[in-house]
Design a protein. Structure first.
Length: 311
């Protein structure tokens, strides 16, 4: 597992462990490329030893980039990803990668931001509006090329707006966590898009179940060695930001303090990001967490952090 310390990574580790799947995690010093490469190599060698010539899986849930991240930072992140794939090929696929599987977390919002005619499916044309979205498409292309070269079966999960306990409150993303933090601190929240903007909010535990189910599905005989499957991971339920504010008001017992502002990044935000997955639809048969329940769970986590002095 790469990115086990992040919102999605932590949840995927919990989900896999709950299913009895042994999980190895790595701590990557992202700010030091040479040390990061050494960590990738050490992690791949540990995985090869643990797999003992049997099946193995790499789940890549890492990624510090957001819509406003600079092209230079995104380029550095992509370079590290490409180097990690080379390490995996060298160490894990030296005798062929047909027993290997890989998951890559991508961004539905990033790749469909400029697309037309929602709801968007896996067959919809992609059209990013920001360097972040283009970087996600390049990562998807890199992992697909890796799969073709090595025979590793690969799942690309285009994740919708992820939220839940464990969100990094220092990152400028995650409107639900921002509302929860503002509720406790009394600070206003700046919103840079119209309140009728539609988004698909996916609770992190629902996302981790989809990832785990997708990895199980990936190794079935009908998925061929070297094949890359792209699937949207979403609640497939759209809510406006106005609806989100209303749900927060019901939980907080008062309306969040909202400031409508302007931002240069607003032009990279789509108005309507409804999503519908048509790939492996059987994975979407489970009920999703109601928005109010997910918000309440997120608020409780932020309250816990506040009481511990970690907010």
């Amino acid at each position: 597992m790469v990115g086990a310390g992040g919102l999605l990574g932590k949840a995927v580790v919990r989900e896999l462990q709950s299913r009895g799947v042994p999980v190895l995690t790595s701590t990557i010093p992202w700010s030091d490329p040479e040390s990061a490469l050494e960590a990738f190599r050490a992690g791949a060698e540990r995985l090869r030893e643990a797999a003992a010539s049997g099946p193995w899986t790499v789940a890549w849930c890492a990624g510090a980039g957001v819509t406003g991240t600079s092209p230079e930072a995104l380029e550095a992140e992509l370079s590290l990803f490409a180097q990690a794939l080379e390490v995996f090929e060298e160490i894990l696929c030296d005798a062929g990668g047909q027993d290997g599987a890989m998951f890559l977390a991508s961004s539905a919002g990033g790749v469909y931001a400029g697309s037309s005619t929602p709801p968007f499916t896996e067959h919809s044309p992609v059209q990013p509006l920001a360097p972040y979205g283009f970087a996600k498409l390049r990562a998807e292309a890199a992992v697909a090329d890796f799969a073709r070269r090595t025979g590793v079966r690969t799942l690309v999960g285009r994740v919708s707006n992820l939220y839940g306990p464990g969100q990094n409150l220092r990152k400028p993303q995650g409107l639900i966590s921002v509302f929860a933090k503002a509720h406790l601190t009394g600070a206003p929240v700046s919103v840079y898009v119209s309140l009728d903007t539609l988004r698909d909010y996916l609770f992190v535990d629902d996302a981790s179940r989809l990832v785990a189910d997708g990895l199980d599905r990936l190794v079935r005989p009908d998925v061929h060695p070297g094949e890359t499957v792209v699937k949207i991971l979403a609640s497939q339920r759209a809510d406006t930001i106005g609806n989100l504010i209303g749900a927060c008001r019901a939980i907080f017992k008062r309306r969040p303090l909202i400031i409508l502002g302007a931002s240069p990044f607003a032009k990279a935000q789509a108005h309507d990001l409804r999503l519908k997955s048509v790939v492996w639809p059987e994975l979407d048969a489970h009920p999703v967490t109601p928005l109010a329940v997910g918000i309440n769970n997120t608020v409780q986590e932020v309250q816990r952090l506040a009481l511990a002095g970690q907010l």
